[in-house]
Design a protein around this ligand. Structure first.
Ligand code: ATP
Length: 198
């Protein structure tokens, strides 16, 4: 099986995440995409919502998307969530699957700061999707590594219709008590308000 993995804080999950997963699914003929909320992201402060709330929101948002699933591997693991460890574990658990890491352009532009980025590129294909306010750029260290090891074919760039949505904006809109919030999924809204997540 060809499986996409989409890691993130999902604080909260939003329409932009669903759209990039669906795009990758069709563009790369994947069987399904697993959403993997991190426990503690390596690059930024602890998310506002707890891992349990973020995971619960992902599960609710994906309810009507049979090819998109929630995976709690990083939350169960606890500690800092390094993508390379997740990839190694998944490949060990399911050696017949072929995994594809899905990232937005903003994340890929800082890919040289990811823990063991060389191992990630060697272990797995990466699908890089454009993000509305970011040009897709490859960090120099990543480009050099790809060239030196003839791994350019591991990276698949894809331009998507811009989706001007971010979790940061959604959290701000929820806090401001906005009635209509762009990109917020109904089930997530309901859960977040009921549980006073933000
Ligand atoms: P925040 O605003 O808190 O930084 P976010 O909206 O970027 O959050 P993350 O959970 O950090 O959400 O993102 C997970 C992955 O989804 C990242 O690879 C990110 O680049 C990608 N992504 C999120 N939103 C979009 C979008 N609107 N367009 C394209 N890629 C996106």
């Amino acid at each position: 099986m060809k499986i996409g993995i989409l890691g993130g804080t999902f604080d909260p999950i939003h329409e932009g995440h669903i759209a990039i997963a669906e795009h990758a699914l069709h563009a790369m003929h994947l069987d399904h995409v697993e959403f993997i909320p991190c426990f503690q992201p390596p690059h930024r402060d602890q998310p506002i919502a707890s891992p349990e709330h973020r995971f619960a929101m992902v599960e609710r948002a994906l309810k009507n998307h049979p090819k998109l699933t929630a995976n709690d591997i990083e939350i169960k693991q606890r500690g800092i969530s390094y993508t390379i460890n997740t990839i190694i574990t998944l490949q060990k658990q399911h050696p017949k699957n072929q995994y594809y890491l899905i990232v937005g352009a903003d994340a890929f532009s800082q890919f040289d700061t990811w823990h063991s980025f060389q191992k990630i590129i060697t272990a797995i294909d990466i699908i890089v999707l454009s993000r509305h306010d970011k040009k897709i750029t490859t960090p120099t260290r990543v480009a050099d590594f790809l060239e030196k090891n003839a791994l350019e074919k591991h990276i698949h760039f894809s331009t998507i219709i811009p989706i001007p949505i971010s979790a940061t904006q959604i959290r701000a809109d929820i806090r401001a008590g906005k009635e209509k919030i762009s990109g917020l999924i109904d089930e997530v809204r309901e859960y977040a308000l009921k549980n006073k997540v933000y």
